[in-house]
Design a protein around this ligand. Structure first.
Ligand code: DGL
Length: 276
């Protein structure tokens, strides 16, 4: 099916679960008039422990669904999906704008400080070295140290963002980056900004003062620039419409957890069954 895109079409956003809400809240801040269609693939979370080809197939399936549902742009609000599937999605849909969080995160970090850059990300993203390539495409001399952080996503998905275990996991993942002397740390998985309190506490315990970079703000600036260029920004005078949420796992559970992270009622969440 082909759609004629209009400004009233939604921005499509997906993640394996709650992490993409760190991008969604930034869309709501920068582009409050926009309609948003958010898909949480909670039946398959976490992505970060899966082989890259499996994540690529999931990312393509969610991209297909959002485009078929009429999204005017698709945001892979997931570092892992971006690392595994962005190139394939752009090849599949050359006429649709599809963007991820890796180039924007790398750009923010490079401009934030001249020092070495650390990345905390899922194991799949860290192993792919996608952030290293993105940083070095801007600044070939810049040293990048990537750290897999597999304990984080399950903590965020369980609502355990501020417990002792979150601080303990933060200590485990920040210690090697402190030793490596990085000055900036990219939160390379969209779940991780929700652990800011634990990360800040752990950094303080390690007497380490990195600048944490959340790629969301720059990602949404990119989206705004693309939509503006194409005259696809929604008229700010139009009435606000609630986010359309779909989840492939338990919709009520997702709605409950999303409401906590968004600090407001997430509203109705639909159960989405995607065919194999
Ligand atoms: N939030 C996603 C990311 O940015 C996926 C994390 C996961 O499911 O492991 O990497």
């Amino acid at each position: 099916m082909t759609f004629v895109l209009t400004p009233d079409a939604p921005i499509g956003v997906f993640d394996s679960g709650l992490g993409g809400l760190s991008v969604l809240r930034e869309i709501e801040r920068q582009l409050p008039a926009e309609r948003i269609h958010y898909v949480a693939d909670t039946a398959n979370v976490p992505y970060g422990d899966k082989p890259i080809e499996v994540v690529r197939a999931l990312a393509l399936k969610l991209t297909d669904y959002l485009i078929e549902s009429g999204a005017k742009i698709v945001i892979m609000a997931s570092g892992t999906s971006t690392a595994a599937g962005l190139t394939a999605a752009i090849q599949k849909y050359p006429l649709t704008d599809i963007i991820g969080t890796i180039d924007s995160g790398a750009r923010t970090a490079v401009h934030a400080s001249p020092g070495d850059i650390g990345v905390v990300a899922t194991n799949a993203t860290a192993r792919s070295l996608a952030f290293t390539r993105a940083v070095n495409a801007i600044d070939p001399e810049r040293r990048v140290v990537e750290q897999g952080a597999p304990r984080f996503v399950p903590l965020v998905e369980s609502g355990l963002t501020e417990c002792a275990e979150a601080v303990d996991a933060s200590l485990e993942y920040l210690r090697p980056l402190a030793r490596a002397g990085v000055r900036v740390i990219i939160l390379g998985c969209t779940h991780f900004p929700f652990l800011d309190a634990a990360l800040t506490q752990a950094a303080r315990d390690l007497n380490f003062q990195p600048l944490f970079v959340d790629p969301a703000a720059e990602t949404v600036r990119d989206v705004k620039a693309i939509l503006d260029r194409k005259s696809l920004l929604r008229d700010p005078q139009l009435p606000h419409t609630p986010v359309r949420f779909d989840a492939t796992g338990d919709p009520e559970d997702f709605g409950r957890q999303a409401s906590v992270l968004l600090k407001r009622d997430a509203g109705v969440v639909n159960l989405l069954r995607l065919d194999d």
